[in-house]
Every structure is written in C-alpha cells, then in structure tokens.
Write a protein that binds this ligand. Sequence first.
Ligand code: TRP
Length: 440
Amino acid sequence: MAFILAATGSAVGLGNIWKFPYITGENGGGAFVLVYLVCILLIGIPVMMGEILIGRRGRKNASHSIVDLAEEANASSIWAFMGLAGILASFLILTFYVVVAGWSFSYIFTAGRGAFTDASPEAIESIFNDFLANPMRLIFWSTLVVGATMFTVAGGVKKGLERAVTALMPGMLIILFILVGYAMRTGSFMEGVRFLFAVDFSALSTEGVLIALGHAFFTLSLASGVMITYGSYLPENVSIFKTTLAVAAADTAVALLAGLAIFPIVFANGLEPGAGPGLIFVTLPIAFGQMPFGAFFGTLFFVMLSFAAFTSTISLLEPAVAWTVERFSVTRTRATIITGSILWLLSLGPALSSNKWSHITIFKKSIFDAIDYLTANIMLPLGGLLVALFTAWIMKESVTREELELEQSSVYPMWRFVMRYVAPIAIVIVFLNAIGIITF
Ligand code: TRP
C-alpha cells in the first residue's frame, strides 16, 4: 500500500490536471487523447513494470541497480548512463515544475480572497496574465516551492507524505467530480465530451503524436529513476503487474476527469481550447466564480493541486539528491542544499520566460517551453526506449520472468514481446515521424 501511495503521489500531479488538458487543447482533442491512451497501455504500463522490476531486483538506487543488473547479465556498465540521464531529466523537469507549482500555491490565496467571484472571463484572464508578467511574484512562489521541497527531501518526512497522499486522492477525486458536475450544467458539456473523445485524426500532427507519447512517460513519472527507486522498496510478494495497473488507472482517471471538467467551461465561455499553459488557471476560476461556495471550493481545489504538485516535486528532487550523496560522499542535508540551490537558480529561467526574458528563444520556443519539450518529448521517450531494451534484451528471460511473478500467466510473454519489439519500434517511428525523416 505504501508503494502504491508513493508511486501514485509521484504520478498524479500537475501533469494530469495542468498539462494534460492544455496539450490536449493544443493538439486538437480526441485523436490526441486516443493516442495518449494507447501509449499508456502499450508503452507506459510495460515500461513502468520494467522500471519497478529493475529496482526490486537491484535493491539499490537507480543507477547502481542498473550497474548490478548489467553485471549480472554480463553486459557493459555503460548502461549506468541510462540512470544518469534519468536523474538529469527529472532535475530539468523540476526547473519549470516548481514555477507552475508556484502558480498553484499563489492561486490558493487568489481564490481565497474571492477574486474570482462573479468576475468576467476577461477579468479572470487578466488576473492570470498580470501574474505571469510579474517576475517578483513568480519568483517568490517558486522559491517557496523549492524551499519546501528541499526541507522535505532533506528531512525525509516520508510518513507525513504518505498520509497526505491518502487524504489527497479521495479529496482530489471528489472536487473533480464537483467540477464535472458544474461542467454538466454549463450547457456545453457534450461539446466538451466530443472534443475529448471524438476522434478526428486530421486534427493531430505528427508532432502531436510525439507529444502524446512523451506525456505518457511524464504523467507516469517514467524514465527518470523514480520508479526504479520506489521498486527497490517493494516487497517480494507483491505483484508488480497489479500495482502498476492500479497506479496507471488512478493517474488516467484523474487526467480524464480534469479534461471533462475543463473543456465544457472552455466552450461555454467562448475560450480557446489551445490557449496553452494557462488553460486551467483561466477556465476553472470561471467555474469557481459562478458556482455556490465557489471561493471555498476554489481554495480547496488549489490547496489540493498544490499538494499533488508537491508530492511530485519531492519525487523529482529525490533522484538528484540520492545521486549527489553517493557520488560525492556528502550528507543528505548538504546534498539537498547543493542540488536545491542549483535548482532554484535554474528555475529563474522558466519563471522569467513569461516576462523579463520573454525575448529569449531556443529553437523558436520560450525557455519554459524549450525545457518542457526537451525533457518530456525527447529525454523521457529515449529513456523509456533504453528501459525496454535493457529489460527485454539485456536481462535474462529467466530473471525478468521470476521477478515479475507471471510464470503461469499469458501476461509475461505479452510483456516481453511488447518490450522487445513493439515499444522500441513504436518509439523510434514516432521520433523519426515527428522530425520528418519518415512520413506515412
Ligand atoms: N508525473 C508527475 C505529473 O504528472 C510529474 C513527475 C513526477 C515526473 N516525477 C516525475 C515526471 C519523474 C517525469 C519523471 O505531474
């Protein structure tokens, strides 16, 4: 249970409630959602099983588990690079994740003082835009998130966190249901449902397919060493397959509920589904401004979103801290201070990319978007590819079969087939397709 809670706490976060709706909006809706769901089922779940398996077999941190297992299989220790790349990916994700978590924290107070009550959609949009234009306020909130994350990671208050996740998941689901209930009464509910589930492939670009794939990894916290680390704590008698399914189901449910709550509000108020990263910070406040007890529910929602973000920032910082402790033989506190300070400095990039540094672009993207793109759409899929190759081609079949405890089941051959052929080939094709090397 503790494992499921920790893994769900890591998986369910801004990726589900903030990122999933806005990239769905930017990529045309239904076809994107379908590809995303296929990626979760066909690639995300098997890769997650592979990572937990590595951790439980290796019983060490991400990169040392991989080194040991490579040795066991007489393979090159160069595979340790896979662990390092994952640690770097999670650290880079954090640099913008703390900024968005900061938006959420600050909105607890914006909602709490009733700023949304009876406000027009335009007024609510300008509350968000004014916030993004204010470097000091953004830095203040992201600094708070970085500090709180450092404090938790350094002290290892894991018990408290487990309890927080236990309360968080039901609370989050209830408030999402309330929001979906509100969305049903906007008069545009079916339009929202159609946008999410009516499949129209002409609305999906080849790049959109890559974004869906990348998001499957992002939302399940894959390819970053997190699940390997958690897997190393998993007892022998627990089914990796069943726990993976439970985490993936909870994660997907939260994302789809968020979509069902948000898109009807978008259409009912004549907003743009492709409005970008601000989508939930504009749409949901409109709902809170109009529903009874909206200030209360709004405050509660952003408290829970902040908590969900916080359980993820902890899991994103942990790999870098664990690695620094072992690599430089320093105390946990010192490692946290070092990595946290670098993180804070780097987070200024995404924080300032909506104001002072908005003129700086990398490959035509803002600093914020560029880091998001590099990590979610390039580093994570490549990391997932390596996990698939490592567990299905390098590790011995007898070892993975025993560790997954699926001896009698037809799930094992399916898992192995997917990890050997389907996932690697699909990832490579999606990549080559997105950069235009192959076209269909
Ligand atoms: N999965 C989290 C979310 O959806 C984010 C996250 C936490 C993450 N740990 C991760 C993403 C590791 C990639 C890798 O919000």
